[in-house]
Design a protein. Structure first.
Length: 267
């Protein structure tokens, strides 16, 4: 019951002004997350890890290596957003882990204006002569108005970044590829190929002893490997054994025979 109440509270909070929701940028659409067998979603609350802004990129890379997958991020500047709002957005996107960094930027002075209604009651007494007789009278009158108070206060502002991660099943290349840098192209004396940027532990690239900055130029009979065809080429060889890879490592051409697993390995 306590867990259910906690989740209901988070749902209500998410409906309020939540900067992690307002500034969230999905990298994978919700429909794909739910239907793609590669992704494992979390129905419980995510864990939160706070890191220095300088360490955020390195921690993102480490999580990718550990089999997590980035599904979205939020970045904004403002007053410090509460952890309850962070958990609410993490729950909404079914993340297992959230990396968070905050960096103080400035303090702003603002003024809180509060207007309240006022009433003033006046009491009246006196005497009067009428019809040959004296008498007294008394009564009240009420005046309505408003009063406004101004209270200065300070708000500390921060650059705030949050990265949301789900888990990913093993399978496929087990690596993330990017275009080779100009320096790598010069070293290899070719513009062709795609460079391994990050390797997932226990995946195909890891088990086949590829290393970061290896540049794959041929897979099987498919040459050259480019950013446009690398996904379709791997799809062609999913589940195939003894597939020959041609690549460059530190400027030297090499070949390696690899068993390419299925796109998704279910356990």
């Amino acid at each position: 019951m306590r867990k259910l109440l906690s989740l209901l509270t988070l749902t209500i909070l998410a409906a309020c002004m939540n900067p992690y929701q307002q500034f969230y940028e999905p990298l994978i659409q919700e429909s794909e997350l739910k239907t793609d067998a590669r992704y494992i979603l979390n129905d419980d609350l995510p864990s939160i890890e706070y890191v220095n802004p300088e360490s955020l990129a390195a921690r993102n890379k480490a999580l990718y290596e550990d089999g997590y997958y980035m599904v979205g991020y939020a970045s904004f500047n403002g007053s410090e957003a509460g952890e309850d709002l962070l958990l609410a957005q993490g729950k909404a996107v079914k993340a297992f882990k959230i990396l968070v960094s905050r960096s103080y930027t400035d303090t702003q002075t603002k003024v809180l204006q509060v207007t309240t209604p006022t009433t003033q009651t006046t009491y009246h007494t006196g005497s009067a002569y009428a019809g040959g007789a004296y008498g007294t009278y008394s009564g009240t009158s009420t005046t309505y108005g408003r009063t406004t108070t101004y209270t200065p206060y300070q708000v500390r502002r921060y650059d705030q970044d949050a990265v949301f991660w789900v888990k990913r099943r093993k399978g496929g290349s087990g690596a993330h590829f990017v275009e080779p840098s100009p320096e790598i192209k010069q070293q290899n004396q070719t513009n062709k190929g795609m460079m391994i940027d990050t390797i997932i532990k226990g995946g195909m690239a890891y088990n086949a002893d590829f290393v970061e900055k290896d540049v794959i130029i041929r897979i099987g009979s498919d040459y050259p490997i480019t950013s446009e065809n690398i996904t379709s080429v791997f799809t062609k060889y999913y589940g195939e054994n003894n597939v020959e890879f041609e690549f460059y490592r530190n400027g030297k051409p090499m070949t390696k025979t690899v068993d390419v697993p299925e796109r998704v390995i279910t356990e």
